[in-house]
Ligand binder design. Structure first.
Ligand code: IVH
Length: 669
């Protein structure tokens, strides 16, 4: 009898058996036992784990049913950044993509086409075959650790099957709420008189952030895996890795296909444009990836996305509805944006009540009038937008729209900078929505991540006159806060602690948090690299700013203008006094020698003893320069394994010295 066994052995046996049955059921769609028998086994396991908590394993199948409560999710740094994909809607762009790829890697290129699943990206880490971490994409560099919630997703193996897996690897995939579950949940909500879930993607994303993992388990999320990250990578191609991870127990949608040419890619897209509704999850397009990892490496990345992949998106779905009014919103930079208020309409599974109109020009261009029947479109991430007017339906009494000449919030006359489509309210000192939006941006996750304060608290702090600019936040005291309405000791301490914690936020994020017009998080990172402290940035001249990659005229002017304002300088001084990070903590590159001075290098292929990044670092730290393309002026090509044939050919033709990894290392030894 089972209960006569020692508990450790019984737990182990049950774990084994349940894992096996789960795999059979979820991956192979077969069941060897009745539901009742299965439930009894799971129940027995839970009982044993309750009696002997020291024997509970983190990846026990009992974790599938959840029960862990996470108060706040830890932030984790992604070992490999989670990038996005460049998008296209046209065949022409796809052909251009193919041409670009062939130009770099030659004609021997094979693609893999996959569905673009419309869910939530996830990164899954495995060590010695055990699932050890599940993380959200976050800002691509840092995400939330949602491991216990991910453990409840049956399509994610807790223990990898087989033996031939690397010690440490990551799988990337898309978590989704199956359409059927989504419909069922909404039906239940409707019956209970609750607010309906807007769309499956938001529902999946909300579910993953639940504090109670048993709620997550009850939602029956699915996960399609589509990526593999490991260094060194044991596979040569993406398709091999898809086959391997499937064998290891990951759910890979069998809709992917190898394509030999761009014509094959287009055929796949056409086929799936119709067939995509057969799938259990919403898809919004097709992802095209270069199959060979070596060629992927040749092609490399732009700041945000790989050059070896592209997403083709199906045309957006559109609906017609009535334009009821226009609301003017004042953003954190003072930009006034019109928002269309619509007669609610169902569009691609979401009820749409508002749509963006972008700017004043757009109202004229579309010839919008109040009461018009308008077309709204929605595609993937984008907020619905008005794309046209059904003039045949224009009512006789429709009213023209007069764009305001003064700020709808503070009455200040609006200004429009030359060449800009937006009107701005220049009153950044006293215009309430503008200041509040600046403060909200400052505290937001991607900026200072001050999670003890939310938008309502910002409004309250502003209304009572305690906070007028971002530096005021750091002067708040316990005594001031405790006097506020609805504010208890606990929330006050929470606010003060999260302000204190935020002082360690790295310099590039502080730069982003300042809300300098046109300085987004990518630009802020670039600025922090080039100007290692705020003084250097403040002193930078126009020419120095535009010399930085990705920084153009518009951004440079905006930075110069920001530092010209004495109020801003005073705020910065107070932030410095409060202890915020206003300089980079990255150790500057130490020049080890100058033996490579004046020499230029192209790195290509995969290397045995060092990574490409290390190689690049070595070249720079010995005074050399790394460039991306081969020209007659190039000094050396450092060639690794699997380098693209076209590069080799070009270098040979131009008579460029080709170095092996060892020859290069000898050179600097
Ligand atoms: S590959 C660097 N493959 O699309 C490329 N992404 O815009 C990494 N997505 O965040 C992504 N289906 O959430 C890839 N078959 C697929 C995908 C897919 C959906 C999502 C993913 C990612 C976003 C990129």
């Amino acid at each position: 009898m089972a209960s006569e066994k020692d508990p450790a052995t019984e737990i182990q046996e049950l774990t084994h058996r349940i894992n096996y049955l789960n795999h059979q059921y979820y991956q192979n769609s077969t069941s060897e036992v009745s539901d009742y028998e299965f439930d009894m086994m799971l129940k027995r396991l839970q009982e044993l784990e309750e009696q002997h908590p020291e024997l509970r394993m983190p990846n026990s199948p009992s974790q599938r049913v959840g029960g862990t409560i996470t108060k706040s999710f830890k932030t984790v740094l992604h070992k490999y950044p989670m990038l996005s994909l460049s998008n296209t809607y046209s065949e022409e762009d796809l052909r251009e993509f193919d041409k670009r790829v062939r130009k770099v890697v030659g004609d021997e290129v094979e693609y893999v086409c996959e569905q673009k699943f419309d869910g939530v990206a996830i990164s899954l880490t495995y060590e010695n075959g055990e699932f050890i971490q599940g993380a959200t994409r976050g800002d691509g560099t840092r995400g939330d650790d949602i491991t216990s919630n991910v453990r409840t997703i049956r399509d994610v193996p807790l223990q990898v099957h087989g033996k031939d897996y690397p010690e440490l690897f990551e799988v990337r995939g898309e978590v989704f709420l199956p359409l059927q579950v989504f419909d069922q949940l909404n039906q239940e909500r409707e019956e209970a008189g609750e607010q309906l879930l807007a769309n499956p993607r938001n529902a999946a994303s909300g579910t993953l952030k639940q504090q109670d993992s048993s709620v997550v388990a009850s939602r029956k999320l699915g996960c399609f895996s589509y990526g593999f990250q490991c260094s060194p990578n044991p596979f040569d191609t993406h398709s091999e890795s898809l086959q391997a991870i499937q064998k290891w127990g990951f759910k890979v949608s069998d809709t992917w296909r190898k394509c030999e040419s761009i014509e094959d890619v287009l055929a796949y897209i056409n086929e799936w444009e119709k067939r995509r509704f057969e799938l259990p999850i919403a898809t919004d397009g097709v992802v095209v990836k270069v199959n060979s990892y070596a060629l992927q490496e040749e092609l490399g990345f732009t700041a945000k996305s790989p050059r070896w992949a592209i997403a083709y998106k199906y045309p957006a779905m559109s609906a017609a509805t009535q334009l009821l009014g226009i609301q003017y919103q004042v953003g954190r930079t003072g930009a006034v944006t019109p928002v269309a208020l619509l007669q609610p309409v169902l569009l691609a599974g979401t009820v749409v009540k508002r749509a963006s109109v972008h700017n004043a020009n757009e109202i004229q261009r579309l010839d919008l009038r109040l009461g018009d029947t308008v077309f709204v479109e929605k595609g993937g991430e984008i907020i619905p937008k008005i794309t046209g007017v059904d003039f045949a339906k224009r009512p006789a009494d429709s009213l023209p729209i007069h764009y305001p000449t003064n700020c709808p919030a503070c009455g200040t006359p609006l200004v429009r900078a030359e060449g800009e489509a937006n009107f701005y309210c220049p009153n950044d000192r006293d215009c309430a929505p503008q200041i509040q939006a600046k403060l909200e941006h400052f505290i937001s996750r991607k900026a200072m991540n001050i999670d003890g304060i939310g938008p309502e608290t910002i409004e309250q702090l502003y209304n009572v006159g305690l906070v007028h600019n971002v530096a005021d936040l750091y002067s708040l005291s316990f005594e001031q806060l405790i006097q506020l309405e609805r504010m208890g000791e606990k929330s006050v301490n929470n606010i003060l602690q999260s302000l204190e914690r935020s002082k360690a936020t790295p310099y590039d994020r502080v730069l982003f948090a300042l809300g300098i017009r046109h300085v987004g998080s990518t630009v802020a990172k670039k600025l922090a690299e080039q100007f290692p402290d705020i003084e250097a940035l403040r002193g930078a001249m126009y020419e120095e700013l535009v010399a930085v990659n990705e920084i153009g005229d518009r951004i440079a002017h905006s930075i110069l203008e920001y530092f010209r304002d004495p109020d801003h300088l005073q705020v910065l001084e107070r932030l410095r006094a409060a202890g915020l990070q206003l300089k980079s903590d990255a150790t500057p590159l130490v020049l080890e020698s100058d033996i490579l001075a004046g020499k230029t290098f192209v790195i290509s292929g995969v290397f045995q003893s060092i990574s490409r990044d290390e190689l690049q670092h070595l070249i720079i730290s010995h005074g050399g320069k790394v460039v991306s393309s081969i020209s007659a002026k190039l000094t050396y090509l450092v060639a690794g394994d699997k380098m693209g044939p076209s590069k080799l050919e070009k270098a040979t033709k131009l008579g460029i010295t080709i170095l092996t990894e060892d020859q290069f290392l000898e050179m600097i030894a």
